[in-house]
Design a protein around this ligand. Sequence first.
Ligand code: PMP
Length: 363
Amino acid sequence: MRYYLDYNASAPISKEVKDYLISTLDIVGNPSSIHHSGREAKKVIERSREQISSFIKAEKNNIIFTSGATEANNLVTRNFDKIISSDIEHESIINSSNISKVMVTSEGYINLRHLEHTVRNIKDKHSTLISIMFANNETGILQPLDEIVKIAKKYKVLLHTDAVQAVGRVDVDFNNVGCDFLTLSSHKIGGPKGAGALVVKNKNCLKASLLGGSQEYNLRAGTEALLAIAGFGVAANSNSLDQVKGLVKIRNNFEKELLKENKEIIIIGKKSKRLPNTFMFCIPGISSNNILIALDIEGFEVSTGSACSSGKIEPSKTLKAMGLSENIINSSVRVSLGPYNTTSHARIFAKAVKKIKERFLKY
Ligand code: PMP
């Protein structure tokens, strides 16, 4: 039996999305073509745009489709000379050139005083972007966006949030959030891989990064990934926060069972505001790598917070930014749950962890 506990890496595609993808395969046209088949393809794109816009309550024509969140993040950051961000962001933000990093508290939140100090001292405020994620992909910790928006507005600096992990798990209403740009990814909400979006308040402050055609309001050249975009829309449309209501109970159960069976386990950021589906735990004395592989053998698919694109396991930058000790950083793994997980998995998981722990710590 396999247990998939890695929804923050990628979520399964539902039958509804699969069926729609299959029907979309018959559409031959290029969305930019004027003829009937082209218009059919265009309709699919616009239907998806509509679905995404109602999903996050934004204006339809302010959704720019991209190949994923990585590209959406690049699209926005490349339009600014300076980025104010932190070490807990996705690599697509952290690797921006000319980035100023704000400190992170031991609870996993952006240090608001340091953020304000950094923003206040920036000379060219109009060419600066603040980019702070909505929720962290590793710990699930939710950032104090209300406060961050206040700072951005006070100093008239534009604000971007990578909401990839938050949408579908907590309420994300683009207008209520109050940011200027927001990033989404299809495969994190049960859509196909290869689509994402940048939601913008005002398209005029952006220029395209790719040279080419005038697709996506002149902001993302290239023939649209019809299938991926089609599935992205249906996934957004079928997403409901009701589905995640039970998740927090399941997550808490996982934590409770783990702690019951294994007293020395540490749950990272347990007291912080977190996504309902995510937790990160540490078994002191066993490397993240060993925990991950041993759990995989037992049938559980988890992740080290920062399993990077090469598949190589690296120490978590997020945990480092929170000031946690090397022992904790090097022995932590992430569990991220979704609608297919149940409370009964919690007990089985805790027993598997106990078995692994006893095996590794015997020597
Ligand atoms: N931002 C965050 C917070 C993520 O977790 C990820 C995926 N790990 C990305 C961006 C990149 O998403 P995509 O795979 O759509 O490029």
